[in-house]
Design a protein around this ligand. Sequence first.
Ligand SMILES: *[C@@H]1O[C@H](CO)[C@@H](O)[C@H](O)[C@H]1NC(C)=O
Ligand SMILES: *[C@@H]1O[C@H](CO)[C@@H](O)[C@H](O)[C@H]1NC(C)=O
Ligand SMILES: *[C@@H]1O[C@H](CO)[C@@H](O)[C@H](O)[C@H]1NC(C)=O
Ligand SMILES: *[C@@H]1O[C@H](CO)[C@@H](O)[C@H](O)[C@H]1NC(C)=O
Ligand SMILES: *[C@@H]1O[C@H](CO)[C@@H](O)[C@H](O)[C@H]1NC(C)=O
Ligand SMILES: *[C@@H]1O[C@H](CO)[C@@H](O)[C@H](O)[C@H]1NC(C)=O
Length: 490
Amino acid sequence: MSAGLLYWAFLKSLFVLVILAPQIRPQVISNKLKESLEKNRVGNIIVTFKTRPSEALNRVADKFKTLKNRGERLHILSTELENDALKSQKTTLELLQSEKSITKFFSLWITNQISVRGASIDLVNKIGSLQDVLRVEECKAFTLPATNTNNSTMLPEDTYKKGQMRNKTSIGPTAWQYLQKMGVQGVWELGFVGKGILVGVIDTGVRGTHDALRDNYIGTKNYGWFDPENLSKYPFEYKYQFHGTNSIGAVVGNYGFGVAPSAKWMACKAVDKDNKWHEDWVVACLQFMVCPTDYQGNNKNCSKAPHVITNSWYYPSGEDDTVLRELTPVLAQSQLHFVFCAGNEGPGCGKVAPPGSYKEFIAVGAGDIQDKLMSYSSWGPGPDGIIKPEVICGGKGVLVVSPASDFSYSNSDGCSMATPLVAGVVALLLQKHPLLSPAEVKQILTSTATNITAFSDEECGGIPVTQIPNNQIGYGFVNALNAIHALPAS
Ligand SMILES: *[C@@H]1O[C@H](CO)[C@@H](O)[C@H](O)[C@H]1NC(C)=O
Ligand SMILES: *[C@@H]1O[C@H](CO)[C@@H](O)[C@H](O)[C@H]1NC(C)=O
Ligand SMILES: *[C@@H]1O[C@H](CO)[C@@H](O)[C@H](O)[C@H]1NC(C)=O
Ligand SMILES: *[C@@H]1O[C@H](CO)[C@@H](O)[C@H](O)[C@H]1NC(C)=O
Ligand SMILES: *[C@@H]1O[C@H](CO)[C@@H](O)[C@H](O)[C@H]1NC(C)=O
Ligand SMILES: *[C@@H]1O[C@H](CO)[C@@H](O)[C@H](O)[C@H]1NC(C)=O
């Protein structure tokens, strides 16, 4: 062996030594992940880096006080976060790229994390030993809130064949009841139909070919779809899922199904075949909403961000929501309008679910057409005793767009339905006043909501149900017409 080669081999062995004999820092690897790895040998992990998003937020804080242009704000915010992520993730990404066993990993700048599917113990140890790494944990997955849609409630296809429902008078009272109750028709008559507003949905996906939805899709070339699981090109939902199509249909569905039928939609799929939402996909979806990319996750353009994002998912009670709590200041700085489900975990005090329970967001509970709170609607108070939910909307027997075929409709229950109805009202308000802040929208929705009957007279957080707001019904049922009238002309 020549001296040169020997030297090379020596260097290489040094390199290998450094890589193979890492200083294990077990404190960065969560106990739950350790236990799971001992059992399963491989795991889906999420790696969190030491540079936290709060550092980027501090840097932009001053600039953001005066910067009003939405696209520019989002661009600066995402660029600062991305730069921090690039720096801290460099070594880990190099390690992952050199690992042959890994099937899938992706980087998230919005939380400064990397998600790795199928990581071995050895790899977890290697990652845990890297200087920039703060935590290595198991990537969590939770069952999506159940709604009550099923095949037996499906309406016959020919009842709502294409064209028949374009004439409002032929829709009939069933499809209309919640929209009428909310005063939506009156808002349409004033010319506010969601025109110019883009609504995002984070859910199971959408049957994009549905008759009531296909015309409103913003389009894949306009960054309308992202599927972190498979990077698929066109919106879809796995067979017998319905949640995402139901949800976006209640916001923008044609023929009298959606509150804001002239708004456009975009979607991100965060749910697997088994109805589980994955925390890393939800973060990827939130990142996509703050600064959209093409369907392959490239060429971001923050000017394509939606105005309103409807979220019919939540953390089950007692689950660790650290990731969303840390991400929320970034979402708040984005000034995009997030609407969340309060949860279907009622009755009982304090059951409102994160992230809808956070003060930054609107949490929506479920009521029926007779002005009564549903038993399953989650009650407040939220953390620090704040009143939750803020508002109630239709969450019992809501007639919705169904993905069973391109011409199917069905009934659905739960805050999963109430939430998109409210997101639709936000879209109507934004058509009238595009620059409303989330705080202003919350103020308008709450100050114009109408009283409904609480589930029981149980007092929560020291507030009796005879007082408005309270922790069962918040400020009451959302009324779109009251809200639009409360908004001064722009
Ligand atoms: C299915 O629909 C029937 C009839 O409306 C209803 O009684 C039942 O609760 C629904 N079941 C499920 C599992 O959604
Ligand atoms: C709907 O019907 C299909 C086919 O009959 C069945 O496989 C599926 O499980 C049903 N879905 C629900 C939610 O009942
Ligand atoms: C709408 O339907 C009603 C009742 O069927 C009918 O009288 C009316 O002419 C229809 N209007 C349009 C524009 O088709
Ligand atoms: C998405 O990927 C998963 C896992 O690789 C696979 O099981 C599933 O069939 C894929 N779905 C589609 C629609 O390609
Ligand atoms: C970003 O999106 C906006 C809005 O759709 C568009 O006008 C602009 O041309 C896009 N920028 C780039 C670099 O593609
Ligand atoms: C709200 O409605 C309920 C039920 O009708 C009633 O008991 C309660 O007094 C009302 N609250 C207010 C503040 O009007």
